[in-house]
Structures are given as structure tokens and as C-alpha cells.
Design a protein around this ligand. Structure first.
Ligand code: SF4
Length: 409
């Protein structure tokens, strides 16, 4: 069953600051093409007295990236193009601004939706290395804003706006497919790690992942799709029931409960031990190892005690751990862990038999941590508000560290 967002919110609600961009006067009731169930367009065309092959012509043009609108599907009669545009949106994204970074290896897109909401996607190119082929990975958003409120995250600071529908999620990938066509590149991986908690919008995320992995639609293999969660246990169980072999990524961030409750407020509802148990069941069912993400924050969750706690929690699991130095964001006093501290943490995990990778931040100069661009456009909080928030986090993290130490002794 889908989790109601309101129940998952931890702590007082945070108002979503509306972006100051012009907003369309009304919402658009036409469904997005990319969110239609398979066969739905063929049925609609049949009802219009059109032959079934018209659906194939539309699919080939829109999913391949050769066309962005019905008007660009030149094989169709002009009148049919107009009727299609009257009934469906070929693209649910109204406009997109792209900022490149890392010498062109990273691109961050800010997409505006029909109601003025802003969501982000980030494209990361990884050149070929000795042991790996080149990859082009796209990180997409599943919600406008987020209700979870992880304090190191700019999206969490924005608060919750609304769920995206399946078409709005998939259209981020379709945007980049069209963009990459110009340079003869192709997407190799899609990760649901942008704005929002994917498994608090599980219906749309499951539909979007199905469209992305369907050979007759976007056509990316399910093994090239990663669904991330900060620990929504019912959502993980739902994925386990589905069976397709998506990669599951869990944002662990800390194994000691008091500290994790500070960094991932969902800990109070679904503790890490339950999250890891559910993720392990997923790994057993699919045979795919689960990726555990840990954002590394200097002096907060990068201590020897934290490394040992994480090693104990994950020891013997079908797991891979990614350690990611925190992307600095304005509203926190926190800084990324020093490289030697991250390496020491990684060594402890490896000594426990856990495969571990230290990742590097991408696009720090363009605010590539999710939500940073949208937060920028929504208007930065006042310096006084930032200072108050920072002081609160200092107090809360001191209390969490004290509690974690007391629980251990
Ligand atoms: S890290 Fe993810 S789950 Fe946490 S607030 Fe940000 S978007 Fe939401």
C-alpha cells in the first residue's frame, strides 16, 4: 500500500517556498504521453478510427528522442497531430535550464512543470577506465521537494511540494536522451536519487521504472536502473514483491540509531535494522546486492565508532557501500569529511568484508546536491534564518553524539 506522505513527515511541517518564476494560469489536465500504460494510446487511436500502426509511429518517434512533440512526428497526418496534442501532453516539462560543470562531464537541469514546480536532474559522464566502460548516468527526481527533511539536504530544506506523476519522472530522462542525441551519446544508467523520497511516491516511481525499462518504451535494462530510498520499509517490500531486478540503494548515513535519527528522520519510524532486513530480503529475492549510501560529514558520522557500527550492521549482507563526502549546503554548519577520514572509514568496512567505494562529489560549483538549484530560485532564506538553523543543528548534533556515546557505553 502506498504510504501517505503526511504520515511519514517527521517533525513540524516545513512550508514549500514557491519559486518566483511565472506560473501558468491553470493546471494542464491532459495526461503525459510517457505515463500512459502500454496499449493505452493504441486504444485511444482505435476509438478515433485510426489504424493501430499510428501508435507505433508515435512511440518510435517520442521514445527514441527524435521528436519532442506530436507535431514533430512527421509520418502522422496534420489533423491527427492536432488531435493527439489536444488529448495528451507529448512532454510534461515546460522548459529546462541546463548548467554544465566539471569541464562538461556534469550537467544539471532545472525543469519547470506545468504548475510552475521546479525539479532537478543531473547528468554525470564517467569516462572509460581500464576495467570499466564509459557510463552516462542520469539522476532524476520523483517529488517536487521532500517531506523527509534530512538536514544535510537542500531539498529537505525546501519542504514537500507534491508528488510527480510517472510521465513527469520519465520526461526528465526523455529530455536528456534528446539532448545526448546531438552529440551521439546515450544514457546508460538512471538513478532515482534526485529530489524527493522515491518510495513515498511508490505508485508513480514503479510505473516510471517500468516505462524506463520496457524495451518497447524507453528501453533501458532494469539492471541499469537504481531506486534509492532513505528507508521506507513498506516500499522496499513492495519492490521485493515486484521482482524486477532494479538496483536498490539505501541511504544509511549512520548506523548508530541516535545519529541516524538526526541525519535521516525516517529512522524514528523505520529503524536501520528493519531497513537493512527488508533490503536484505530484496537482495535475496533478486540476487542483486544492495548499495548503501553514506554521506560523510566531518566530525558527525565519520568516527571510528560509526565505522564499526556500520560494519556490524552490514557484515555478511549482499551489500556494497558508497562513501560520499557531503556536498556543503548553506543552511548547515557541516563540512565534508577529510579524505583520510573517509579512507579510514572505508578500511574498517573493507576489513569486515564489505565492498566499499569512495565517491567524489560532482558539480559542487553548480550546486549539484539535489535541491540546491531549486532552493536558489525559490529565494535563499535570510542570513538570520540560516544562522538560527545552523545553531539548532549544532545543538541537535551534539545531543545526538552524546546519546550515541551513552548508548554504546
Ligand atoms: S536526502 Fe533524499 S530523502 Fe532526505 S530530504 Fe533530501 S531528497 Fe528527501
Amino acid at each position: 500500500m502506498r504510504e501517505p506522505v503526511a504520515q511519514a513527515r517527521v517533525g513540524p511541517p516545513v512550508p514549500f517556498r514557491e519559486p518566483p518564476l511565472p506560473r501558468p494560469s491553470a493546471g494542464d489536465p491532459r495526461p503525459g504521453y510517457a505515463g500512459l500504460p502500454p496499449g493505452a494510446l493504441a486504444l485511444w487511436l482505435e476509438g478515433q478510427g485510426e489504424p493501430a500502426y499510428r501508435a507505433t509511429q508515435v512511440a518510435e518517434a517520442l521514445w527514441s528522442g527524435r521528436a519532442a512533440s506530436f507535431d514533430e512526428v512527421r509520418q502522422l497526418p496534420v489533423t491527427l497531430r492536432a488531435r493527439l496534442a489536444g488529448a495528451f501532453r507529448a512532454d510534461t516539462i515546460i522548459d529546462t535550464q541546463v548548467r554544465p560543470a566539471d569541464g562538461g562531464l556534469t550537467g544539471k537541469a532545472l525543469h519547470r512543470l506545468h504548475d510552475g514546480r521546479l525539479v532537478e536532474s543531473v547528468l554525470m559522464r564517467y569516462p572509460a577506465r581500464r576495467d570499466r566502460r564509459a557510463r552516462t548516468t542520469l539522476c532524476i527526481s520523483s517529488q517536487a521537494g521532500c517531506a523527509v527533511g534530512c538536514p544535510f539536504c537542500a531539498t529537505g530544506e525546501l519542504g514537500f511540494g507534491r508528488d510527480l506523476d510517472a510521465a513527469e519522472i520519465v520526461d526528465q530522462a526523455r529530455f536528456w536522451r534528446r539532448d545526448l542525441l546531438a552529440t551521439d551519446e546515450r544514457l546508460t544508467n538512471v538513478v532515482f536519487m534526485g529530489m524527493g523520497e522515491p518510495l513515498l511516491n511508490a505508485d508513480a516511481v514503479v510505473d516510471a521504472a517500468a516505462a524506463l525499462s520496457d524495451p518497447a518504451r524507453f528501453g533501458l535494462g532494469s539492471r541499469h536502473i537504481t531506486i534509492s530510498t532513505s528507508g521506507v520499509v513498506p516500499g522496499i517490500e513492495r519492490l521485493t514483491g515486484l521482482g524486477p531486478q532494479y538496483t536498490l540503494a539505501v541511504s544509511l548515513h549512520a548506523a548508530r540509531p541516535a545519529l541516524r535519527a538526526l541525519l535521516v528522520p525516517l529512522e524514528r519510524r523505520w529503524p536501520a535494522v528493519d531497513v537493512v532486513a527488508a533490503a536484505s530480503a530484496y537482495a535475496e529475492r533478486t540476487g542483486r546486492r544492495v548499495t548503501y549510501e553514506m554521506v560523510m560529514i566531518d566530525g558527525i558520522n565519520d568516527t571510528t565508532e560509526d565505522a564499526h557500527a556500520a560494519a556490524e550492521l552490514l557484515r555478511g549482507r549482499l551489500a556494497h557501500v558508497n562513501l560520499i563526502p557531503m556536498n556543503p549546503v548553506a543552511h548547515t554548519p557541516w563540512q565534508p569529511s577529510a579524505p583520510e577520514r573517509v579512507e579510514a572509514f572505508a578500511s574498517t568496512l573493507r576489513a569486515a568484508g564489505l565492498s566499499t567505494t569512495v565517491r567524489h562529489n560532482r558539480g559542487v560549483d553548480i550546486g549539484a546536491a539535489c535541491g540546491q538549484l531549486a532552493a536558489e530560485l525559490a529565494g535563499q532564506p535570510t542570513p538570520t534564518a540560516v544562522e538560527r538553523r545552523r545553531r539548532l543543528l549544532v545543538d541537535e548534533s551534539a545531543a545526538a553524539l552524546q546519546l550515541a556515546a551513552t548508548s554504546a557505553s
